[in-house]
Design a protein around this ligand. Structure first.
Ligand SMILES: Cc1ncc(COP(=O)(O)O)c(C=O)c1O
Length: 376
């Protein structure tokens, strides 16, 4: 029997809108750079090497130099602990397919990037644990995760910094989740695609793959780095068996990564400090003006502070439904936001983002819309 995968609400919502609209005020990735801007980081000799790169198959695990650069983003991870994938998405799909069987059970934290729960749901039973709003802040109750654990629970799917809320737990809470998983022999799949973009650098968590031997951590060039078009993602784990199983499954998917993408990703990661510094600066500048706006509109929005990543998930308090307001906003002002319907929620929350250069303009059109909307 083929597995039934739910339609991907978020991707299907964005597909007709994201390239047609003027302002993606809910993009999940950081501002991108051009190939020329990447080449500008290189010496003439390196540029020549790139132009002479064979466009052939590459190693399934990922090019060794790329894996070494990825490993340098961590403290306890070596090139052998890294397996590359075509984006983060392929790694999520492979993990659920490899480690879950029909008799198993999985747990995901919601709302979430849909594949973190939908792929598992197409294979086995799954329980979800909602992030909670406590005293105006996002929070995760670890006891609720514990309550969901069954004897057949195999994988716990996490994502911090969290998309869409920007929630990051304290390192103590994160460690307690690892301890809980270890006590029950559960694999932790930790989506860390926003690691490195924290509004307060002290909130950066260690990678789950450095804390727990049965953890698989997910990274990607798309989000914190802003190079989604490369489609280079990776997982890290201290357990070679987990990586070997995933690597064998990759033979049925992309087989290997794109050679030029691997090369460019390696060059970018050699300069990861510069890229992350500039991206953090952009996020912080944008965040300041976004927060100022939302804080001055308490009658219209409940603003809930994100701690990391480039998205926030405020609540709309005014009249009307956020789903139809999102459509009017798009039609009247060319601004895309993401209503919580795409997360299978109906609480008037919506995702906005502050990782793109045109964020101030997008916010201006967003605020114009609401001042006109109010007076109607
Ligand atoms: C939390 C999270 N994980 C994974 C992905 C997939 O990333 P990619 O498009 O690089 O495969 C996304 C994309 O939006 C995401 O938000």
């Amino acid at each position: 029997m083929p597995h039934h995968l739910d339609s991907f609400r978020l991707e299907e919502y964005l597909a007709p809108r994201e390239f047609a609209a003027q302002y993606m005020f809910c993009a999940s990735d950081l501002e991108s750079r051009t190939i020329q801007q990447v080449l500008d980081l290189l010496s003439p000799k390196e540029k020549e090497l790139f132009l002479n790169l064979p466009l052939s198959y590459t190693h399934t695990q990922g090019d060794i130099q790329l894996r070494q650069q990825i490993a340098s983003l961590y403290r306890k991870i070596h090139a052998d602990n890294v397996l590359c994938f075509a984006g983060a998405e392929e790694a999520i799909y492979a993990t659920a397919r490899v480690f879950l069987k029909s008799q198993d059970h999985a747990i995901a934290i919601t709302p979430c990037y849909q594949s973190l729960k939908s792929v598992a749901k197409s294979i086995c039973s799954i329980s979800t644990v909602d992030l909670e709003l406590i005293h105006g802040e996002w929070a995760l109750n670890v006891d609720r995760i514990a309550q969901q654990i069954r004897p057949n629970t195999r994988v716990l799917f996490l994502n911090f910094p969290h998309n869409p809320t920007g929630f990051v737990p304290s390192s103590e809470v994160f460690q307690s989740i690892m301890d809980l998983a270890q006590a029950h022999g559960i694999i932790v799949f930790s989506d860390e695609v926003y690691r490195g973009i924290e509004l307060n650098p002290q909130d950066q968590l260690p990678s789950a793959s450095e804390l727990y031997s049965e953890a698989i951590s997910l990274g990607v060039m798309s989000k914190s780095f802003g190079f989604a078009g490369l489609r280079i993602g990776w997982v890290t784990s201290q357990n070679p068996e987990l990586l070997s199983k995933l690597s064998k499954f990759k033979h049925y998917l992309s087989i290997c990564n794109s050679a030029p993408s691997e090369w460019l990703a390696t060059a970018i990661l050699r300069n990861s400090d510069i890229v992350l510094r500039e991206n953090n600066r952009l996020v912080k500048e944008n965040y300041k003006i976004v927060k100022n706006y939302f804080k001055t509109q308490p009658h219209l929005f409940q603003w809930i502070e994100p701690k990391g990543g480039c998205t926030a998930y405020p609540k709309y308090l005014g009249a009307g439904n956020i789903q139809s307001i999102a459509e009017q906003l798009l039609q009247n002002k060319g601004v895309v936001i993401l209503p919580d319907w795409v997360y299978e929620q109906n609480n008037q929350h919506f995702r906005i983002s502050f990782g793109r250069k045109n964020c101030p303009e997008a916010l201006k059109h967003f605020s114009d819309f609401f001042s006109e909307y109010k007076t109607r």
